[in-house]
Design a protein around this ligand. Structure first.
Ligand code: NAD
Length: 306
């Protein structure tokens, strides 16, 4: 089988070498398309491939139409909103992600962001400590759970909510279940957002929720920019000069937010949550193994378009 590694933002060389070893070791061919300047390059590269490993690369209906032999796409990472799932399903293409492989990197960043904002973006102003404060984890998946564990180790109280997990699972994961989302926002000094971007979650965090947060609270978003209602966020920061927002997914209105709110807002210049050497290698190798496994045994354990 011919497997395309399509990475506009390439993996580190060690990860590519590991991917190649797994793919070739399983008797397949690996071709790489890295740092491609145009989406048209991706469309042109997929004509005769049987499988694809991607990162934030956009697998659109146009890509799927052009990929006549394609059987499987694996997104090396957690979020898969860059793949047109309906089109993939219509083409009979299996789509998988590699859950958990980059979670630690993202969780460490979320904790770092809390401390960065507590200490006024590392300026000499007197800041606060996170020990003794309460963090609310919105969605207790792979990343959320790890943020909870790390926060607890730093002396924080941890609350969480996840509509797809019973309260016992949240307790087992070391957090106190919040009554509902409003309760989480109203009772936590930090909210760490870990919901996926779906039709239900897009724009779901806005003025009403944000202004429920207690005095001096900080909203931390390492999930997706789309889950925030940006106009609502701006209005909330205006109405509540004590609130802060820090994110790994830069809002479209960031320039305005910076101008209006200065050190109360911060966005990383480019999404970097999963950008650790370890996460790169883990996610890339997992994607290669999942493709080899799919062709060998038909395993669809991590399929997201079932
Ligand atoms: P995950 O799939 O392990 O966990 C997601 C959790 O969200 C699950 O527990 C699920 O029950 C819950 N959920 C699903 N639909 C929901 C809904 N409609 N409302 C509320 N909760 C819902 O994913 P993860 O690995 O923990 O990652 C979380 C998100 O973080 C990803 O979806 C991705 O968008 C983002 N992410 C960002 C980076 C980065 O570089 N900043 C890296 C990895 C992941």
């Amino acid at each position: 089988m011919k497997i395309l590694l399509a990475t506009q933002k390439p993996f580190a060389a060690a990860a590519v070498a590991g991917i190649r070893e797994i793919v070739e070791g399983a008797g397949h061919e690996l071709v790489a398309l890295e740092k491609y300047p145009e989406q048209a390059d991706l469309v042109a590269a997929v004509a005769d491939v049987d499988a694809m490993i991607i990162r934030s690369d956009k697998v659109t209906a146009e890509v799927l139409d052009a990929a006549k032999q394609l059987k499987i796409v694996v997104r090396a990472g957690a979020g898969y909103d860059n793949v047109d799932l309906a089109a993939a399903t219509a083409h009979g293409v299996v789509v998988m992600n590699t859950p958990g492989q980059n979670s630690n990197a993202v969780a460490e960043l979320a904790i770092a962001m809390m401390i960065f904002m507590a200490r006024t973006q590392f300026t000499p102003a007197t800041g606060t400590e996170i020990q003794g404060k309460t963090v609310g984890i919105q969605a207790f998946g792979n990343v959320g759970r790890l943020v909870g564990q790390k926060a607890a180790a730093l002396g924080m109280k941890v609350k969480a909510i996840d509509p797809f997990l019973p309260a016992e699972k949240i307790v087992e994961g070391g957090a106190e279940p919040a009554k509902d989302l409003e309760d989480l926002y109203a009772t936590c000094d930090y909210i760490s957002v870990h919901i996926p971007a779906t039709p239900e979650t897009i724009g779901s965090i806005g003025y009403d929720l944000i202004t429920k947060m207690p005095q001096g609270a900080t909203l931390v978003n390492t999930a997706r920019k789309e889950v925030i209602d940006e106009a609502g966020l701006e209005k909330a920061l205006e109405a509540r000069p004590d609130l802060k927002y820090v994110t790994d997914v830069m809002p479209d209105n960031y320039a305005v937010l910076q101008e209006k709110f200065g050190l109360r807002v911060f966005a990383t210049p480019k999404k970097m949550g999963a950008q650790s050497k370890e996460a790169n290698v883990n996610a890339g190798l997992a994607a290669a193994r999942q493709i080899a496994g799919y062709f060998e045994t038909g395993c669809t354990r991590f399929q997201v378009n079932k």
